[in-house]
Design a protein around this ligand. Sequence first.
Ligand SMILES: CC(C)(COP(=O)(O)OP(=O)(O)OC[C@H]1O[C@@H](n2cnc3c(N)ncnc32)[C@H](O)[C@@H]1OP(=O)(O)O)[C@@H](O)C(=O)NCCC(=O)NCCS
Length: 245
Amino acid sequence: MTRWSTRIGDHEAHLWLVEPDDIRAPELLDAYDALLTQDERDKRDRFRFERDRHTCLVTRALVRTTLSRYVDVAPQAWRFETNEYGRPAIASPREAGELKFNLSHTRGMVACIVGWNRDVGVDVEDRDRTGRLLDVADRFFSPSEVRALRSLPDQEQWDRFFLYWTLKESYIKARGMGLAIPLSHFSFDVERDVTIAFDPKLDDTPERWQFTAFSRGRRHAVAASMGRKPPERVQLLVRETVPLR
Ligand SMILES: CC(C)(COP(=O)(O)OP(=O)(O)OC[C@H]1O[C@@H](n2cnc3c(N)ncnc32)[C@H](O)[C@@H]1OP(=O)(O)O)[C@@H](O)C(=O)NCCC(=O)NCCS
């Protein structure tokens, strides 16, 4: 995760991270607003809480300014469409359609992953939350993930839970199908490298994928799924940014 340029190398994917709570300058927020379509403004305004409206605005600014790093298109000129499962992709300009991206947002962090003609998915989660994690795991994770989680000492279960969660979400997002893929139909093994195993019902093979997972600060768990053509190794470059700064 060292070298960096805004050209995506043949064997790279890029991950851009933003901390939305740090972005408060009114002139910057006005500049973000000016990038949005009326539909995007309407979507933002439907959120009840200011925090969610702010995250939505920063997310829109991030995806638009990020895509414009790679292709000579103005940030406000991008148009998006969603597939039947809700995944956004570039609708216009069509020539840029090989630029694939995926978004994720949680309290305190927004992420945009970009790949050139490569399926990509990202998930960020805030570990600072309460909940009955073993109940959630029992409901959503595969039997081997639940076994591995339950075998850990209590103090390690929280981080492992979010590791599985973010990996699983990043995979279903890279496939573009969201929860139409049952989360129990594939399993992550994270003991050494991160590897995946598929239930035969899922039409996929482990060789087609590469995964990266890491922590950002104390709070955030991040995972990325990147499609690949074996034996290719994909390098994920990670960078923090503030859109338009
Ligand atoms: C999209 C989904 C896969 C993940 O949503 P999430 O983790 O709640 O939210 P994230 O912030 O990570 O991702 C949301 C973004 O993903 C993108 N997205 C939406 N549908 C998508 C899909 N089918 N495939 C890929 N990306 C999608 C969108 O850009 C969306 O952000 P936007 O609406 O601001 O544009 C969704 O199916 C979902 O609701 N998941 C529920 C989470 C859950 O219960 N997990 C169980 C524990 S493993």
